[in-house]
Design a protein around this ligand. Structure first.
Ligand code: ADP
Ligand code: G3P
Length: 493
């Protein structure tokens, strides 16, 4: 009997369901974008019901489109935009507020209060993170403090918090399972990544009752059953999207790294069972819990990457589709004077500046749309260079090749510029949906369909981009970028 696995990839801008056959090949994809809500400058929200409905619609669509008999689907794996915070009423099942998205900056004052209590080192040691509005903790507090009646309900144990994986699991299991996995828990700024437990001191500091929290499980384990009519499919794999991509790129051993170009850009380096702390502005995160152990990664998180291309499309209306950026940027090749710093949501690693804001530099009378598009694309590569330099210094290694994936890695001009500006080979696999691959394999491994090593055998390289830029030009360009970043810092303070 033909067996399938479905990965649900709930990203920042779209919900995708990806159907894999037993050979680990993608045989179907259903995808739907959903609304980005920007109520105030610096605020970013999603409607949790839109997240849920679009994700379930894509799950049903991929099954229907490919005429798969549901009983042939061995398991579902879930991977998700991380940190994004949903709080819902356990009795009604309804969210009490919109999801506060990872990019949202409204909780910067709560972060400042934590810093002034001298908690920075404690947070780093315990959770592996820096104090920043990026993570879930301060978003939960904001909802409890600002939604009428929320705190009273929370105190009575009637509210549940979840990252998007938990929200989907809760709904798919009819409100019977309130759970997450280690990789997602490690993004809340409430989870002790050494002791593998929720941290009481941080919960107290933020006045968050422990009763709202989900159970934390290994990334390949039993997350309940999706019942839909007479269809029953087990949910057996869960991981945050960036950790899932690390898994999907088969970065199983310490020293292996990948960089995913989605809405943001996230480079993760496997550090095995070693909890490595960064001296250069990176964070420490749980990669996954598998085979009875937890493994860790160093991460460089860039907040705005593909989102900057969407800004060209949706706000400036100078491209119709993201992929058109390649065509227009090609027309401006050789013109290097313009820089776009897309600090629309502050700056993440290695700068961690919640008050930085975006800017365009180097405009002259002849600057046109093509230059702006090229500079925006290049900003993804410059931000990646910032991260790679920090990571190589932290880990004391020199990457010979960077494994890339995610939507924007399809862009050849960007990938060539990436290789040039890093002076490092860039390797793009045939399947750039590594996130979905990772989630599918976590589920497939748990139901015995695959072994970890199968990913290595199934993974194929599609193209290698070799660095071709002269060192002098590369250094000059990167100096320009650093200068531009300096001028964006602290803008909204
Ligand atoms: N050819 C392309 N060139 C540049 N950016 C692209 C291209 N294709 C997609 N993108 C960008 O990549 C992002 C989508 O990638 P995806 O991996 O689906 O992200 P997410 O999981 O965050 O929703 C969007 O922000 C889009 O603007
Ligand atoms: O939506 P993506 O794929 O850019 O991922 C978002 C990250 O998980 C945020 O930490």
């Amino acid at each position: 009997m033909e067996k399938f696995i479905i990965a649900l990839d709930q990203g920042t801008t779209s919900s995708r369901a990806v159907l894999f056959n037993k050979e680990g090949q993608i045989v179907g994809v259903a995808q739907q974008e959903f609304r980005q809500i920007f109520p105030k400058p610096g605020w970013v929200e999603h409607d949790p019901m839109e997240i849920l409905n679009s994700q379930l619609a894509m799950l049903s669509k991929v099954i229907d489109d490919h005429h798969v008999t549901p009983k042939n689907i061995a398991a579902i794996g879930i991977t998700n935009q991380r940190e994004t915070t949903v709080v819902w009423n356990r009795k009604t099942g309804r969210p009490i507020f919109n999801a506060i998205v990872w990019q949202d900056k409204r909780t910067a004052p709560i972060c400042e209060a934590l810093k002034s209590q001298g908690l920075e080192e404690y947070v780093r040691d315990t959770t592996g993170l820096v104090i920043d509005s990026y993570f879930s903790a301060t978003k939960i507090k904001w909802i409890l403090d600002n939604v009428e009646g929320a705190r009273a309900l929370a105190t009575k144990g009637e509210l549940a918090f979840g990252t998007v994986d938990s929200w989907l699991i809760w709904n798919m299991t009819g409100g019977t399972v309130h759970a997450t996995d280690y990789s997602n828990a490690s993004r809340t700024m409430l989870y002790d990544i050494r002791r593998l437990a929720w941290n009481k001191k941080l919960l107290q500091a933020l006045d968050i009752p422990g009763s709202v929290l989900p159970e934390v499980k290994p990334s390949a384990s039993d997350f309940g059953i999706w019942k839909h009519g007479d269809v029953e499919i087990p949910i057996r794999g869960v991981a945050g999207d960036q950790q899932a991509a690390l898994f999907g790129q088969a970065c199983f051993t310490p020293g292996m790294a990948k960089n995913t170009y989605g809405t943001g850009c996230f480079m993760l380096l496997n550090t095995g069972t070693n909890i490595q702390q960064s001296k250069n502005g990176l964070i420490t995160t749980i990669a996954w819990g598998l085979d009875g152990k937890v493994e860790y990664a160093l991460e460089g998180s860039v907040f705005i990457a593909g989102a900057a291309i969407q800004w060209l499309r949706d706000s400036l209306h100078i491209i119709d589709q993201s992929k058109d950026s390649e065509y227009f940027a090609a027309k401006a090749l050789g013109v290097d004077d313009v820089y776009v710093v897309p600090a629309f949501a502050g700056l993440g690693a290695p700068y961690w500046d919640m008050y930085a804001r975006g800017a365009i530099f180097g405009l002259t009378r002849d600057t046109g749309k093509d230059h702006l598009i090229k500079a925006t694309l290049e900003s993804l590569a410059y931000q990646t260079k910032d991260i790679l330099m920090a990571m190589e210094e932290d880990a004391g290694i020199k990457l010979s090749s960077l494994k890339v994936d995610g939507g924007a890695s399809a862009n050849n001009i960007l990938m060539q510029f990436q290789a040039d500006i890093l002076a490092t080979e860039v390797e793009r696999p045939e399947v750039i949906e590594s996130t979905a691959v990772g989630a599918a394999y976590l589920a497939g491994i748990h139901v015995g369909l695959w072994k970890k090593e199968d990913i290595v055998n199934h993974r194929k390289v599609q193209k290698v981009f070799n660095p071709a830029m002269e060192a002098a030009r590369r250094d000059k360009l990167y100096r320009g970028w650093k200068k531009a970043v300096e001028r964006c810092k602290g803008w909204a303070e």
